[in-house]
Design a protein around this ligand. Structure first.
Ligand code: UDP
Ligand code: MG
Length: 316
């Protein structure tokens, strides 16, 4: 099989402290895998500037002007990690055979790319980079990340445990990914939905060498919440369950109030106040949940995900 033309896509947001180091390291690595015949001469590195406020873009421009194998992409503003990755990928879908996405801080072991490329050569269409060790993370990040993956899986989203956005995708996969037209694209959830043969490669994640994380707690929570709500209407269904439960409780209280009235244990006015309150709050809550169900359906439709993907047709 011919060496693959590889595009490496790195989203960059305020990465001036580390960009030169990243570029230098990748350049050296590329030279090695090119020499070993694993990737084609036409392989490229693409830095996507995601609306950085520091000198990141100027640096990317300088690097790409000096080195024709480096592509710089500039987004008009900060769109977020996921969109930055997608921009770099989609823009080049016709020009390369396979694509690897990688964070600009090189926390993910770039040497895992060799194994990814080998698996691709053997026929894998998607290769997930999976961390087999989280010791470089804080206790807090470890616990929150673990629970995130567990909740996602429990809700039926086929996320790959401990896989972030370090992955190889064949151009074929990327083409299909283009049919998922949702605004809040959560790649970790969507990519497994595309299907095709996929493999995993394990690696140890390192500490960030310079600069600081662009995912403070607030963004982490937002990211997780986005992931959950773009994949499941379960939170909404909870309202329905809760409403139904409330309704049942209201019925019991209802009977109690009515009984008290009939047996004359009440003061005037109490029954006529309490009955409507319990009845209507119970039924309101249930109705709200029911409406939620329908909004959920609309929401599924509005996303207009593709209904199926044809991999192959025999005897066409
Ligand atoms: N990033 C981005 N846009 C953002 C936030 C982050 O392109 O709005 C990039 C960032 O430059 C890095 C990657 O996404 O290459 C992952 O970010 P970071 O390393 O800060 O996240 P962490 O590893 O701490 O989860
Ligand atoms: Mg990082």
């Amino acid at each position: 099989m011919n060496p693959a033309r590889l595009l490496l896509v790195l989203p960059c947001y305020n990465e001036e402290a580390i960009l030169h180091h990243t570029y230098g390291t990748l350049k050296g690595y590329y030279a090695g895998i090119k020499a070993s015949g694993l990737i084609h001469e036409d392989s490229r590195i693409c830095f996507v500037n995601d609306g950085s406020r520091d000198r990141t873009w100027t640096m990317i421009e300088e690097i790409s002007q000096a080195d024709p194998t480096v592509i710089g992409v500039k987004l008009s503003r900060n769109f977020g990690h996921q969109s930055a990755i997608l921009a770099g990928l989609e823009h080049h879908v016709d020009d390369f055979d396979c694509f690897i996405t990688l964070d600009a801080d090189l926390q993910d072991d770039i040497h895992a790319m060799t194994a990814m490329l080998e698996k691709h050569r053997e026929g894998a269409m998607i290769v997930y980079g999976v961390r087999n060790d989280r010791t470089s993370d804080s206790w807090f990040k470890r616990v929150t990340a673990e629970s995130f993956y567990t909740i996602m899986q429990k809700m039926g989203v086929p996320v790959v445990f401990n896989h972030a956005d370090f992955r190889l995708m064949d151009r074929r996969v990327l083409r299909e990914l283009g049919n998922f037209r949702e605004i809040n694209l959560f790649l970790r959830g969507i990519v497994p939905l595309v299907g095709f043969q996929s493999e995993k490669v394990f690696y140890k994640r390192l500490d960030r060498m310079a600069g600081e994380t662009k995912y403070p707690v607030r963004k982490m929570v937002l990211f997780a919440w986005n992931g959950i709500t773009s994949f499941s209407t379960f939170p909404m269904r909870l309202v329905l369950y809760f409403g139904f439960f409330n309704f049942l409780v209201a019925m019991v209280i209802f009977a109690y109030i009515l009984g008290s009235y009939l047996f004359g244990f009440t003061v005037p006015g109490w029954t006529s106040t309490m009955l409507p309150i319990t009845f209507f709050s119970g039924s309101n809550m249930m109705a709200l949940g029911l409406i939620g169900e329908y909004i959920g359906k609309i929401y599924e439709e509005v996303k207009a995900r593709p209904r199926y993907i044809i991999e192959k047709i025999v005897h066409e």
